[in-house]
Design a protein around this ligand. Structure first.
Ligand code: FAD
Ligand code: PYC
Length: 417
């Protein structure tokens, strides 16, 4: 009888590699492509996947200066929802939510999308009014959202403390039942594997250091730490560093980069059934499938490219968590980290052509782009392939900051800035 070691069983199960991470060709870059994407996060890899799968563009590459998913995609608290206020945003984020619903099947890779419900707590009259306004606006757009009393909120999330004695008592909550979480790095891996299978080159450890333009001003390619690459189309999807990369083409963007932090606890048995967010006391929390409580904080008050952030921010967040969920007071926190988020003045993204022919940009997701990953990638692929925006991203231009056509989603961002 044949015997198997655990390692050989894992190798058989995971295609020859004793790892949960799927394998793709870690390609060396070619000298020329039909298009390159700068940035191997979920948005960049997803864009490459849709360019290949929906537009037949297979001679393309994703250039990542570190490792794929090592940016904000692998650092976020994975909250997915589409309860934004304005019509333009509802269309964009709900497009993404619908794609999340079938993404594991589309990619043939389990991204662990879990629509467990996202509940946003109201702690004062202003919160109640704002959230009710969101509930009504969302429903008018066909996006699910409902108002709960404090008692209904606790029935939905039993660990929640609704005592009127709290410094910021819970007065009610807005609940989007289709909202939830997904496994962040699986999203990068799933898109990478599926794009690779269609012939896309994924090049890690390849930093873009320059953008080349021809005599007519149009893009002709990029300079990288692994040599020059020619390409008539270049997509910038480099969250946290968009201003730096756009600067290589001589363009300025209305973005500020801030550290945003998160932390996880020691793993415990399933105890927390949903996602809860509170902008007023400032905390948001869910439980991962590994059992860790996943907790997020606000941005630091100063701009920075540091992937760390000030210590007082997570400390303040833990105060808020302990007041709202007293049963977590004795838990230990395991680790915390930061990511760099690019924030626009109206807290909405830019997904657009730029004034430089052949150069496209997808940026400005601030604290909230994970939820948008499939939708953003899908419409950005359309924009790059057709050299024209998809109707869904048509309002998310660079020019709106010049023309005043803002889409102000500061309240829906739900993270303290
Ligand atoms: P990234 O994953 O950051 O990918 C960009 C990539 O570009 C990086 O890998 C980087 O290395 C690469 N790059 C940069 N410069 C270059 C260059 N010159 N050459 C080559 N490559 C380059 N959003 C939500 O919706 N829900 C949440 O719960 C949530 N929580 C968050 C919590 C934290 C702590 C943080 C930091 C963010 C959170 N976000 C959340 C926001 C979300 O993570 C981001 O908006 C989203 O992941 C951005 O994805 P991306 O693919 O655009 O960027
Ligand atoms: O956009 O839902 C969100 C979010 C939660 C935490 C950080 N961003």
């Amino acid at each position: 009888m044949q015997s198997f070691s655990i390692l050989s069983l894992l190798r058989r199960a995971f295609g020859g590699h004793a790892s949960w991470q799927p394998q793709w060709r870690d390609a060396a870059p070619k000298a020329a492509y039909d298009a390159v994407i700068i940035g191997g996060g979920g948005h960049g890899l997803g864009t490459a996947y849709y360019l290949a799968s929906e537009y037949g563009m297979r001679n393309i590459a994703v250039l990542e200066r570190g490792w794929i998913g090592g940016g904000n995609t692998g650092r976020n608290t994975t909250i997915i929802r589409s309860n934004y206020l304005f019509d333009e945003s509802a269309a964009l984020y709900d497009h993404a939510l619908k794609l999340w619903e079938g993404l594991s099947r589309t990619l043939n890779y389990n991204v662990m999308y879990s629509p467990r419900g996202v509940m946003m707590l109201a702690h004062n009259v202003h919160d109640v009014q704002v959230f009710k306004r969101h509930v009504h606006a969302n429903r008018a757009n066909g996006v699910d959202n409902e108002w709960l009393s404090a008692e209904q909120a606790r029935a939905f999330c039993p660990p929640l403390n609704i005592s009127p004695d709290l410094r910021y008592p819970v007065l009610g909550a807005a609940l989007q039942r289709r909202g939830g979480t997904a496994r962040h790095d699986a999203v990068a891996w799933g898109y990478a594997r599926a794009a690779d299978a269609l012939g896309v080159d994924i090049v890690q450890n390849c930093e873009v250091t320059g953008i080349d333009r021809g005599p007519d001003g149009a893009v002709t390619g990029v300079q990288t730490t692994r040599g020059a690459i020619r390409a008539p189309k270049v997509g910038i999807v480099a969250a946290g560093h968009t201003s730096v990369v756009m600067g290589m083409a001589g363009l300025r963007v209305p973005l500020e980069s801030f550290p945003l932090q998160a932390l996880v606890s020691e793993p415990v048995k399933p105890v927390f059934p949903c996602v809860v967010m509170s902008n007023t006391v400032h905390a948001y929390i869910s439980q991962s499938d590994k059992g860790e409580l996943v907790i997020g904080a606000g941005t630091d008050a100063f701009v920075s490219y540091s992937q760390r952030g000030g210590l007082h921010i997570p400390a303040h967040t833990l105060d808020a968590i302990c007041e709202l969920f007293p049963m977590f007071r004795r838990m230990r926190m395991l680790r915390n980290w930061g990511g760099i988020v690019d924030t626009t003045p109206d807290r909405s993204p830019i997904i657009a052509k730029t004034p430089v022919p052949g150069l496209y940009v997808n940026c400005g997701w601030g604290t909230g782009g994970f939820k948008a990953t499939p939708g953003s990638a899908h419409v950005f692929a359309h924009t790059m392939a057709q050299d024209a925006p998809h109707p869904i991203n048509a309002p998310f231009t660079l020019e709106r900051f010049r023309d005043g056509q803002m889409i102000d989603e500061a309240a829906a961002a739900a993270v303290a800035h």
